[in-house]
Design a protein around this ligand. Structure first.
Ligand SMILES: C[S@@+](CC[C@H](N)C(=O)[O-])C[C@H]1O[C@@H](n2cnc3c(N)ncnc32)[C@H](O)[C@@H]1O
Length: 215
């Protein structure tokens, strides 16, 4: 039934290139990984998706838990417009999209959870600590931040991921963090961090950082 939800989401985009992108993203973050990530999201309450892109994962997590209110932000206007159109077509009304640069995001303490799926390595390194601090401020006292990113090791997996990143979006800068560095930065930003290794047969060095806001 959840696989049908994924197929419906992909069909909500007209552009064949975007559809192909969706198939690839849902192939990389496939059902097993969506469940691994989703198990940490609250079933209800406000959830922030930073760098939501075309909206596919926010649509998925909104569709399977109608009491969640997901807010997706992305700096790409076209992607936000497509995410809104897809939500309307699918009749998913517990998600809202906003064109917004994460570098200027200001936290206001009312989100039960926030997540960033393959975003940190696209944000300039020097901005990441202040973004994490704002996300910490954006969360409720017992809020949770999920960061899914890729490790710098083993090197061949990093090269594979880099080649794919460049193929999908050649002009977007990429700066990967080692899992130790990112854990340290998350901890310094006010989170208690647990690393959840998302072991993949494909050569992706996925890491999910499950971050509890420290009161
Ligand atoms: C690799 S895509 C990931 C999109 C989506 N999270 C996913 O997993 O399919 C990276 C996204 O981050 C967005 N992005 C990059 N820098 C950003 C920033 N400073 N603020 C908001 N969005 C940003 C891009 O526009 C793009 O949609």
């Amino acid at each position: 039934m959840r696989s049908e939800t994924i197929r419906k989401i992909i069909r909500a985009y007209d552009d064949p290139v975007v559809r192909a992108y969706c198939w690839i993203r849902f192939g990389i973050l496939r059902q097993r990984f969506l469940d691994e990530i989703g198990q940490y999201l609250p079933e209800s309450g406000a959830v922030l998706d930073v760098g939501c892109g075309f909206g596919l994962f926010s649509l998925y997590y909104a569709a399977i838990a109608p009491a969640r209110i997901i807010r997706g932000i992305d700096l790409d206007r076209r992607r936000i417009a497509m995410a809104r159109r897809a939500a309307t077509r699918l009749g998913i009304d517990n998600v809202v999209y906003e064109e917004n640069d994460a570098r200027h995001f200001k936290g206001d303490g009312h989100f039960a959870a926030a997540y960033m799926l393959d975003i940190v390595h696209h944000v300039p390194r020097e901005v990441v600590p202040s973004l994490l601090a704002e996300l910490r401020r954006a969360l409720d006292r017992d809020g949770i931040l999920l960061v899914k990113d890729v490790d710098t090791r083993p090197a061949p997996k990093r090269w594979f991921t880099w080649a794919l990143d460049k193929a999908m979006s050649p002009s977007t800068p990429v700066a990967y963090w080692s899992s130790d560095e990112l854990t340290e930065t998350l901890t310094a930003s006010g989170f208690r961090v647990r690393r959840h290794l998302m072991v993949d047969m494909l050569p992706y060095p996925h890491v999910l950082y499950v971050c509890a806001a420290v009161p």
